[in-house]
Write a protein that binds this ligand. Sequence first.
Ligand code: NAD
Length: 266
Amino acid sequence: MECRLDGQVAVVTGASSGLGRAVALLYGQSGAAVVVNYHRDAEGAAEVVRQIGQAGGRALAVQADVAEEAAVEALFDAAARHFGGIDILVANSGLQQDAPVAKMTLEQWRRVIDVNLTGQFLCARAAIRRFRAQGRRPGAAPSLGKILCMSSVHEVIPWAGRVNYAASKGGVALLMRSLAQEVAAEGIRVNAIAPGAIRTPINAENTEGEAGEKLLSLIPYGRIGTPEDVARAALFLASDMADYVVGATLFVDGGMTLYPAFRDNG
Ligand code: NAD
């Protein structure tokens, strides 16, 4: 058995950059038709679509703010209309709006929770409704559908100055596990990936130069991750190779959650 997604349709949110982009490109190379969702970066999304097409795959760019209910419904409608169904959701969109707690505005709190947590709820709900309505698709996987939630090591590691972000990812952890428990009996597999420090636009300031060197002390494996490290995990979890993996969070973090500061302390 190989990690292939031939004949399947994947919706990847926030796929115009970073991890979503890498997942979309690898899924495209692995035989899936890919819906490349983007929020503002139409050019970035068009480039991802172009690259998938150039490699012989099929892709479609669709704009949607994942925090908006109607936009998410329209995203899934467009995906199903264009490709005839949906087999995989990668709920990847996310953002940070950092501030020390005393300075964090309610707007900053709400926006991060709206995109990172409510966005995942809206997308997962839309996907589950689709999986149920379309039933088992000819030639599709043994599962009825698959959902991957993009979490973070900050679903378990507290993060000062980013209480909104850490709370959103802590929420994603139990959203994912509760969803998995609710829908597994129907053959829907829900899992999560928790990346550590991966070099993407979301954390460019913390992964380059001196800050990048400092970050390495938190990573036992001794390097900052690449989007492709995460994309390979996303391919495995969506493929039939992972058909018995249900409700799991795969940490792709070079060992960051091993708390390396305790190696010579404590
Ligand atoms: P990124 O900024 O490149 O990607 C985030 C994507 O989400 C962007 O394409 C952005 O346009 C999209 N997005 C933001 N708001 C949106 C909205 N309202 N509707 C639709 N899309 C929206 O950064 P990334 O590192 O690729 O982040 C992807 C995911 O991975 C996020 O959920 C992030 O929290 C998570 N993550 C990243 C890291 C890391 O080190 N890079 C670590 C842990 C978790």
